[in-house]
Write a protein that binds this ligand. Structure first.
Ligand SMILES: [Zn+2]
Length: 254
């Protein structure tokens, strides 16, 4: 049965309940900036130090890329939209022996842009054409660091593939979104692939942020709540809905 086959790979059933107390607390913690940078200027460099904790960050203006238009139904023109985004030049954390340099987790040729003015729980994604990770968040929020690490995982996975495999994955992701939106059939193998990539990218993120968990900047519990109750759950719910509508094709239709 399709339900049983996918069940092992999905999160527990149920909607994403942002009102659930444990999740609400997690969200308020991960949505609160670690350091305060007022009116995030278009370019700048900041260093923060508190006891053994150090954070350094620098950013620059961002150039317009069409992927910026993905997040909102923006009516802004290209220049106005690009002005909302910043290029992350460097972003480093250090607490005693625990260190994280976010430029080191990116594959060669990739960069990160972010939008500090974005509100509560913005999105994130990769643009493979321009090799850009877009974090639609104030980058000083813990949730932004989580999303950045997850998207870096996707970028690393992409870069480790052959061109053929990469095109297959990009097409598959597109097809998965369309299947839900347009109520189209999709092959079970492709669903497997989407779930696997999501899990692998989160596994990469978890390894990446280990120093931040060790130094207490992020709590493992909050990270798990975010990954399982929001991020992976949203994929799981999309897959469940395809199963319910009988839109997943399998070879012998089991
Ligand atoms: Zn993902």
């Amino acid at each position: 049965m399709k339900e049983q086959y996918f069940e092992k790979k999905l999160e527990s059933p149920g909607r994403i309940d942002l009102e659930k107390d444990t999740l609400k607390e997690t969200l308020s913690r991960i949505d609160t900036p670690i350091v305060e940078i007022h009116d995030f200027p278009e370019e700048g460099k900041w260093d923060f130090k508190k006891e053994s904790f150090e954070l350094s960050l620098s950013c620059d203006e961002a150039e317009f890329i069409p992927a910026m238009q993905r997040y909102r139904m923006d009516t802004l023109n290209k220049n106005e939209l690009a002005k909302q985004w910043r290029t992350l030049k460097s972003y480093k954390f250090r607490s005693g022996e625990d260190k994280l340099d976010t430029t080191e987790i990116l594959p060669d040729g990739w960069k990160v842009i972010f939008r500090p003015s974005s509100g509560y729980l913005g999105g994130a994604g990769t643009d493979d054409e321009t090799k850009t990770i877009l974090v639609d968040q104030d980058i000083t929020k813990p949730v932004a660091i989580l999303q950045l690490s997850h998207e870096a995982g996707h970028a690393q996975i992409m870069e480790s593939m052959t061109d053929e495999e990469r095109n297959f994955v990009l097409d598959t992701r597109k097809e998965f979104k369309e299947a839900g939106r347009e109520q189209q059939e999709i092959e079970g193998d492709k669903i497997d692939r989407v779930i696997k990539d999501e899990r692998d990218a989160w596994a990469f993120a978890l390894r990446t942020i280990k120093p931040l968990i060790k130094s207490g900047i992020l709590s493992l519990n909050d990270v798990r709540n975010f990954i399982h109750d929001i991020a992976l759950k949203s994929y799981s719910n999309d897959v469940r809905s395809l199963i319910e509508k009988d839109l997943i094709k399998t070879k012998n239709n089991k």
